[in-house]
Design a protein around this ligand. Structure first.
Ligand code: ATP
Length: 528
């Protein structure tokens, strides 16, 4: 309000002076300069401005609904239950129930926490204000606390101005604002900021004219100060997890709803291939598939666009880096090693083998898990170990030596073997990890890995001729579809028709592509 009056009066003054015949250009120039300085150098903070505009929060009435969020049924249900505190305010008041002040959404990045908060605002017809935890932290003592006060004041003011009875304050990256007290080097400022948040939350009541609900989001629940989670503050914790297969399908349907899809597109298959993807990865897959169709000047998005988009989201853009001929042969052998053992251990699991460099990898094998898996037995960990070790064992068998290309595989192999030991599944039995001497641990890990290497050597050795033939085809085509590879390995189920991959020579085209790589989700695909 004050801002509007000040701008209006200044304009009127400038018009009046011009009419009186004064030269106002120097004044306008100086005012412009001052404005630019205030915007860029944040001088308003130094000057101790108390204007609400210093908090970088966005205020709006949200248009996102719970229908725009795929999956997350349990999280949605819990959140909807909690929102009854706003929608059924009179009954809550009559029963004398303490108002719900804060809801905490926790889970991996990109799983839809912000979407949930926005949908909550839409559902309760509340004003929505959002800010990130890092926006409250400043080097100047007291500024963060002042910003916390401002956002709550602004929430009430916006709701009142829009004639609403409730406001939702959404704070993303809550761990930055509400991390454990006394742990930061400039901890006075941090502590003041979090204390102010607690004071504001404690002050929220049933009888307030405007009901304010704080929704916090964090990927690092473990870093939060316990005082924040005390009853009466963020006392509802809603877990927003990575989607399972059905949920991935639902999210894909949402993000392809307005896009022209070829009737043969099988979104269920895309959902199956995207284990470990978050909602934002899936949104990116749908978007990348559309971009690929656009580049090809196609009218509809086809299944192969989705397949390519999944690779791109996992591995990044194809790169122009061209390995030498002997390096390429080694990469082919390495990837075929992974693929062969994956196929022999988990028949039908390989969906693609590629030696097209992408992101930081020179080649990779994509495996499709039949079902999402969250627990592993010793046998399953050993299966995974065999697949991981197969790349370097194949290099040794068919190229005569190993290379540095297997370093990541070896790290993964050690981590898997360690899991066998720490899970109490090794010959050591159940042992407290921190009490096991390093040499005993080392010996146990080495024994597991050496034994598995021997098994893999036998498996690959028996299929030497077939693998050599597959290597020639892979070098020629750069990429083999799952069925093509199975036919070459001799594990194809009788009666199945092989879908051949076109010879791909997109390298020159790919040099031109400029689509940014999204974060790669955690998957067990093997990259070299
Ligand atoms: P972060 O922890 O990194 O802040 P977040 O959990 O808040 O991430 P959002 O910002 O809500 O994630 O999601 C990012 C984008 O991902 C959304 O704009 C949406 O396009 C997509 N998305 C994520 N989850 C879902 C979902 N369950 N349904 C539909 N789209 C989703």
């Amino acid at each position: 309000m004050i801002k509007e009056i000040a701008i209006g009066s200044s304009l009127a003054l400038v018009i009046f002076l011009t009419w009186q015949g004064y030269n106002v250009m120097p004044v306008i120039f100086l005012a412009g300069l001052l404005f630019v300085l205030l915007r860029t150098a944040g001088l308003s903070n130094l000057l101790g401005s108390s204007r609400t505009g210093t908090v970088v929060e966005k205020s709006s009435t949200s248009r996102v609904t719970f229908d725009d969020i795929g999956g997350q049924a349990a999280a949605k249900r819990e959140l909807l239950e909690a929102l009854e505190f706003i929608t059924d305010r009179d009954r809550i008041r009559r029963l004398g129930i303490r108002p719900l002040k804060g809801i905490l959404l926790t889970g991996p990045p990109g799983t839809g926490k912000t979407l949930m908060a926005k949908a909550a605002a839409h559902h309760t017809n509340s004003v929505f204000l959002s800010a990130s935890g890092s926006e409250f932290i400043e080097v100047y003592a007291g500024v963060g606390a002042q910003r916390v006060r401002q956002i709550f004041a602004r929430a009430r003011e916006s709701a009142r101005r829009q004639g609403g009875a409730s406001a939702i304050v959404f704070i993303d990256e809550l761990e930055v604002l509400a991390g454990r007290r006394g742990q930061h080097s400039g901890h006075l400022e941090y502590d003041q900021t979090i204390n102010q948040l607690l004071v504001e939350m404690d002050g929220l009541g049933n009888d307030d004219e405007v009901t304010v609900l704080v929704i916090g989001a964090t990927n690092r629940f473990d870093l939060l100060d316990p005082a924040v989670l005390r009853p009466g503050r963020f006392d509802r914790v809603v877990r927003v997890d990575l989607p399972n297969r059905e949920e991935r399908l639902a999210i894909l349907k949402i993000h392809t709803a307005g896009k022209p899809l070829d009737p043969a597109v099988d979104l269920d298959d895309v959902a199956k291939q995207t284990f470990g993807f978050s909602g934002s990865h899936l949104e990116s897959v749908a978007n990348e598939a559309a971009i690929l169709a656009f580049r090809e000047e196609a009218w509809v998005i086809r299944q192969e666009h989705f397949v390519e988009a999944v690779d791109k989201v996992i591995m990044g853009e194809k790169v122009a880096r061209q390995p030498r001929a002997e390096e390429l042969e080694r990469v082919a052998v390495h990837e075929l090693g992974h693929a062969a053992v994956a196929e022999l251990r988990r028949p039908g699991s390989v969906s693609m083998v590629s030696i097209a460099p992408r992101g930081g990898a020179l080649g990779y094998v994509r495996q499709t898990p039949e079902v999402d898996q969250y627990l592993y037995s010793r046998e399953e960990l050993e299966e995974q170990l065999d697949i991981v070790l197969a790349g370097c064992v194949a290099e040794e068998l068919f190229c005569g030596s190993r290379s540095t290309g297997a370093m990541k595989d070896l790290e993964q192999a050690v981590a898997l073997a360690k899991l066998v030991v720490s899970g109490g599944m090794s010959e050591l039995g159940i042992v407290p990890q921190d009490l096991v001497p390093a040499s005993t641990m080392h010996e146990a890990i080495r024994a597991i890995i050496t034994f598995r290497e021997e098994k893999v050597r036998e498996l690959l050795g028996e299929r030497k001729t077939r693998l050599m033939a597959a290597r020639a085809v892979l070098l020629e085509r750069e990429r083999l579809e799952g069925d093509e590879f199975r036919a070459l390995l001799g594990t194809m189920k009788p009666g199945r028709k092989v879908r051949s991959s076109r010879r791909r020579n997109h390298r020159t085209d790919d040099r031109r592509s400029r689509v940014r790589r999204d974060r790669a989700p955690a998957r067990s695909d093997n990259q070299h």
